[in-house]
Design a protein around this ligand. Structure first.
Ligand SMILES: [Zn+2]
Length: 383
């Protein structure tokens, strides 16, 4: 999927955004510095300080102010958010207050990604990192100049691969990488040498971030695993500044491809069972069915891809890149052990943007899913 086009220099867009100073930002900062205390003496505080510039309490939703005291961030509403590694944990404190359904979905997400799929990333060496990854597709498919401009937030950064690539490509920009996983604190230590990359542990349904404090948001394949993708879009809109942009990728329902549509029905049927398994049992189950998946989809796709006339058809097969069980196991786990996989038609996907208030919406649908772009304008232009 990533092997077709050489990496386009992100700088080709000639983005010219240096530190954007805004009055509200400076006021906010001076309030924080007033409460600074001992925090200023350690290197990790540089990261925490940058998080505090945009942070708001996800419990009272910013009605009260946050103060940093003794390794925790305390809100006047009584909530406490702890410093872990070089990040602040805005998830644990909220966890107990969720409804049972949301708690189940959240715990499941934490176990599947935060404690399993992405957990090994903390040991990755710098030179093991590729120079392009998922978010590269936004550049490939959406021909936009402001995908990475100003203060950037990635929602659902997983292993932090895209975060690391973008932070090193744009050393003058601030890149916030948010994820719900516990592994975020490890990543914040792993990448502490990046002065402009700050990890935040938070939830996309209730972002611990102030209104109008980010210029570009990117999120690759995240909102469809939450219980309310529309709420995620509304949250993204809220935290964007005027003229800010959002880029997302979400699953499609494959209404236009009978083969994939059948694959989706097959996935749904399997998920009736797998979504109820523990992650460790589910992982074993994925190993068990991987030869069947290779036999039904991946290997036939490999053959078709070799024949020029059928190459496109081969590429539309689910898991068409698979060669061995090891090569597809993480993708199987990612798909089948999620508690929830929303899939959208093109119209539904577009609707997510409009209902949240976005304008200048552009959608590109590929064989794998929908890529969408939208801007926040205070006044929506008349149609
Ligand atoms: Zn509060």
């Amino acid at each position: 999927m990533l092997d077709v086009t050489p990496f386009i220099e992100l700088n080709m867009f000639g983005l010219n955004v240096t530190n954007l100073k805004r009055d509200s930002e400076s006021k906010n900062m001076s309030k924080i510095i007033d409460n600074w205390g001992k925090l200023d003496t350690h290197r990790e505080n540089h990261h925490v300080k940058s998080i505090l510039k945009i942070a708001r309490c996800p419990i009272c939703k910013g009605k009260q102010s946050l103060n940093y005291l003794n390794s925790s961030l305390e809100c006047k509403c009584g909530s406490k958010f702890y410093l872990k590694g070089n990040t602040i944990d805005f998830v644990s404190e909220v966890q107990e207050r969720l409804s049972d359904n949301r708690k189940y979905i959240q715990n499941r997400s934490l176990a599947n990604w935060g404690r399993s799929l992405h957990a090994g990333a903390k040991n990755e060496k710098l030179n093991n990192f590729p120079d392009r990854w998922h978010n590269y597709h936004f550049i490939e498919y959406l021909d936009k100049k402001d995908i990475y401009s100003g203060d950037i937030l990635e929602i659902g950064c997983g292993e932090g691969i895209d975060a690391r690539i973008a932070a090193s490509k744009f050393p003058n920009r601030t890149y916030y990488a948010l994820d719900i996983g516990e592994n975020i604190s490890d990543l914040s230590v792993r990448d502490e040498e990046f002065d402009n990359l700050h990890y935040i542990r938070g939830n996309s349904l209730n972002l611990p971030i102030n209104d109008s404090s980010i210029d570009s948001i990117i999120s690759f394949g995240v909102f469809h695993h939450t219980c309310d993708p529309q709420k995620c879009m509304i949250e993204a809109f809220r935290i964007l500044r005027e003229n800010g942009s959002l880029c997302i990728y979400l699953y499609k329902n494959h209404e236009d491809n009978i083969l994939k549509y059948l694959g989706v029905q097959f996935e749904k049927a399997i998920m009736q069972v797998t979504s109820k398994m523990s992650i460790s049992t589910g992982r074993r189950f994925c190993w068990f069915i991987s030869p069947i998946i290779l036999l039904l989809f991946s290997w036939p796709a490999q053959v078709l891809k070799k024949i020029k006339r059928f190459n496109e058809i081969g590429r539309s097969f689910p898991l068409h890149w698979g060669t061995t069980p090891t090569s597809i196991i993480n993708d199987l786990q990612d798909r089948l052990l999620a508690s929830i996989n929303f899939r959208f038609s093109k119209e539904e996907f577009k609707g997510l943007f409009f209902k949240a208030g976005f304008s200048d919406v552009e959608i590109v649908t590929t064989t794998s899913g929908h890529y969408g772009y939208g801007k926040k304008h205070r006044f929506r232009p008349l149609m």
